[in-house]
Design a protein around this ligand. Structure first.
Ligand SMILES: [Mg+2]
Length: 258
């Protein structure tokens, strides 16, 4: 049976910490097949962490479909869920989630109340753990989010249509660093990958990065000066393969199908 520390002594050659939509799940059919097959073939030396805005139910269903390799760990809900993944189920790591829970306590009701009257903004129809996620249309003006001032929450606008409300200081990057520290995984062997602004905090960690092809313009701008945030030509899975080679993170790099 796996434990929380299953990679602590094995020291994987690569820890792939990847966003899902538009990144691990993006790109051509051939590139996705090449990446997933390579990860499966190299599981003894490649640790896989999903770092996503998606909720636990979505991730379990995705892995149950057999379409993607199952991860070892999941940072879900835009960084507010931190879990081990086993038997198609997320097992939250209480020690890592405790400070997130404390910061979120009492906030959801206040946020919902204050945002209820904002034009063109509505809650997404998904379960929430320690965050609230909204969607907006062209009636929405981001100035209206000043109603949240002083609440102790962070606001993340991405994709031109999503607003995530998170506990202050909690996002994908900081949660990933806390997981790596907890597992004693070597940060020099980590590749983070993403395509939108809710991935920016991962690139700001200073870890090796793959900003995959087709990324959001704002993310490309925000990561241009970060030396390890490699801007890939290929979208999605192909970009991840490209960045693994560009950063020389493993001794035998995966091949991309022509
Ligand atoms: Mg994405």
């Amino acid at each position: 049976m796996a434990t929380e520390y299953q990679y602590a002594t094995a020291r994987p050659d690569l820890v792939l910490a990847t966003d899902l939509d538009g990144t691990f799940l993006g790109g051509s059919v051939e590139d996705r097949r090449a990446l997933y097959n390579w990860v499966q073939a190299e599981r003894s030396r490649v640790a896989l962490v999903f770092v996503t805005g998606r909720d636990p139910d979505f991730i379990s269903a995705l892995c149950a479909s057999g379409d993607v390799p199952a991860p070892d760990y999941v940072i879900g809900d835009v960084g507010t869920t931190i879990a081990r993944f086993e038997n198609l189920t997320l097992h939250p790591i209480a020690a890592l989630e405790a400070p997130i829970l404390r910061r979120w306590h009492g906030k959801p009701e206040l946020v919902r109340t204050r945002l209820a009257a904002v034009r063109g903004l509505w809650l997404q129809p998904v379960p929430f753990r320690h965050r609230l996620s909204y969607q907006y249309d062209d009636r929405f003006n981001s100035d209206s989010l000043t109603v949240l001032d002083g609440l102790g929450v962070d606001i993340l606008i991405s994709h031109g249509c999503f607003v995530d409300i998170l506990p202050e200081g909690v996002s994908k990057g900081p949660s990933l660093l806390r997981l790596l520290d907890h597992l004693k995984l070597p940060s020099t062997q980590v590749l983070v990958a993403g395509d939108t602004m809710n991935d920016l905090s991962m690139f700001q960690t200073g870890l090796h990065g793959a900003v995959v092809g087709g990324a959001e313009t704002e993310l490309l701008e925000a990561t241009r000066a970060l030396p390890l945030a490699y801007h890939c030509r290929a979208p999605g899975a192909g970009g991840i393969l490209e960045a693994i080679r560009a950063h020389s993170l493993v001794s035998s790099s995966p091949e991309v199908q022509p």
